[in-house]
Design a protein around this ligand. Sequence first.
Ligand SMILES: Nc1ncnc2c1ncn2[C@@H]1O[C@H](COP(=O)(O)OP(=O)(O)O)[C@@H](O)[C@H]1O
Ligand SMILES: [Mg+2]
Length: 271
Amino acid sequence: MSRIIAIASQKGGTSKTTTCRNLATVLKEKGYKVLVIDSDNQANLTDCFGIEKPEQLEVTLYDLMEKVIMEEDLPKKEEYIITKEEIDIIPASIKLSDIEIKLVSAMSREYILRTIIDEIKDDYDYILIDSMPSLGLMTLNVLSACDSVLIPATAEYLSAKGLELLLKTIFKIKKRINKNIEFEGILLTMFESRTNLSKDILNMIKNSYGDYIRVFETVIPRSVKVGEANAKSKSIIEYMPNNKAAIAYNNFTDELLNYSDEDSSQIKEVI
Ligand SMILES: Nc1ncnc2c1ncn2[C@@H]1O[C@H](COP(=O)(O)OP(=O)(O)O)[C@@H](O)[C@H]1O
Ligand SMILES: [Mg+2]
């Protein structure tokens, strides 16, 4: 059975895309069959896998969603899935900016992405969906299609109370459109162990939410090499396996996999 994990937060720059890129690589190295879906019109994830000029691709996520909205058949899998480093990718392009407006008037508009995933999910162990930094209709589609949400967060994001809004949205989604949604947990990213802010925030978040949502023990440190790897369309795992962020992404993946179903955070109204 596949597990569908949404990587979400409504703020940009919290390492969503980087986490998706590197988690996919570690899972693949462990022998899992992985699909990643780029649901951000910025197409950063698509870029991180070295897919150039996605606006020239025949079929991207936008086209698939448009077909579902128009009640047309989807093309064959081979026509829209791109494979890089043995990881399957449904790419995005800037065209996806138009999807919100299309979704407004669509029937069952929260379930368009889910319809696409339902057709292919049996082929994968893990499906990771990289989200755009907003809580609009596209993100709603992501949250209604997933089994769980992983929230990468920087100290700044958490201190700005960005998490509360996201959690509230997820509670609403659980009530109304995806009652099985769970929290995968909160992953602290771009962590700077030398600054007190990061440490204070980690403690604060464990105290406030730790009883309800897993806060991963592993934190992803800030390293300029991560940016370099992204710019070269590589995972940090491959680019510099001994880098502290590469090691952290390996440890984080182990933590994620070792978490049993009984432990998984049932979403409760906590705020
Ligand atoms: N651990 C890290 N250390 C240093 N830079 C990072 C790290 N993680 C991400 N970055 C950089 O920070 C920026 C934002 O990361 P990204 O993954 O694109 O965030 P998001 O998808 O949440 O907007 C990118 O330029 C990326 O290369
Ligand atoms: Mg991103």
